[in-house]
Design a protein. Structure first.
Length: 249
């Protein structure tokens, strides 16, 4: 596990961070921030590198400073199910902090990324001293539990086309950029990765994307996806809470 074995010195300053950190740390004083920073170990990973493996013991908490990370779970037949995508300022590895169990999913970078790693016992001691952080962490976990409940309902009752439409809209909401062509979803995704996010087969994802492109709703330059008619896409998607970014309330 790269985070637990990193030899970099802890306490790298966060003062130059443009993204802002996770909302669970809102309200910390400058002294408390210094205390938190003193626990951090910087970690840099290239695209496609693993942050932690499914089944690995939980060593601590990660804060994503730059880049994008997918959190996924292995499924039958060598497939994976993407549970969420994270961007700068978000945390990962928090679900196994308190029970000390192994990770039930894995995390992998989608692009070159910089993270901060805080060892488990150090973070737990910090949380015990700062109850507001503990409360926000519980709130975050509760919201995520509700969202995953909606995800289960969606998989059971919604069409493949509706699920693809929702994934594209949520990607655009979380990472999208306005361009001359339209609303770029902000990620270069393989079709198999998009299929994992929508809980459908790769073949079905390719067919639906081609249909949407033929109708002029999206365009497909390379591995990019650009939404040209967001209102049409929005009309296809029931507003479940299957969010992709933890910090979007």
């Amino acid at each position: 596990m790269r985070g637990a074995t990193a030899k970099s010195k802890p306490g790298l300053s966060c003062k130059t961070c443009d993204a802002g950190c996770s909302y669970i740390f809102q309200g910390l004083s400058s002294e408390e921030w210094e205390e938190l920073r003193s626990l951090m170990h910087p970690l840099e990973l290239g695209a496609g590198e693993t942050v932690f493996h499914e089944g690995m013991p939980s060593f601590g908490l990660y804060i994503l400073c730059e880049g994008k990370v997918k959190v996924a779970k292995h499924a039958r037949g060598g497939h994976s199910q993407i549970l969420k995508l994270l961007g700068p300022g978000e945390i990962l590895g928090e679900k196994t902090l308190f029970d000390g169990e192994t990770y039930t999913c894995y995390a992998k970078t989608l692009e070159p990324s910089r993270l901060m790693f805080i060892p488990r016992e150090d973070f737990l001691r910090f949380v015990r001293r700062h109850s507001d952080v503990a409360v926000r962490l519980v709130e975050k976990l509760a919201r995520e539990l509700k969202a995953f409940g909606d995800k289960l309902v969606e998989i059971a009752s919604r069409s493949a086309k509706e699920r693809v439409a929702r994934v594209l809209l949520e990607l655009a909401r979380a990472f999208g950029e306005e361009t001359e062509e339209g609303l770029d979803i902000g990620l270069e995704l393989q079709r198999a990765e998009l299929a994992e996010m929508a809980s459908i087969s790769t073949e079905t994802a390719i067919r639906i994307l081609s249909e949407l492109a033929d109708r002029g709703i999206i365009s497909l330059p390379g591995h990019r996806i650009v939404i040209r008619k967001p209102e049409t896409l929005r009309a296809m998607a029931h507003p479940f809470r299957t969010f992709l970014r933890e910090n979007l309330l």
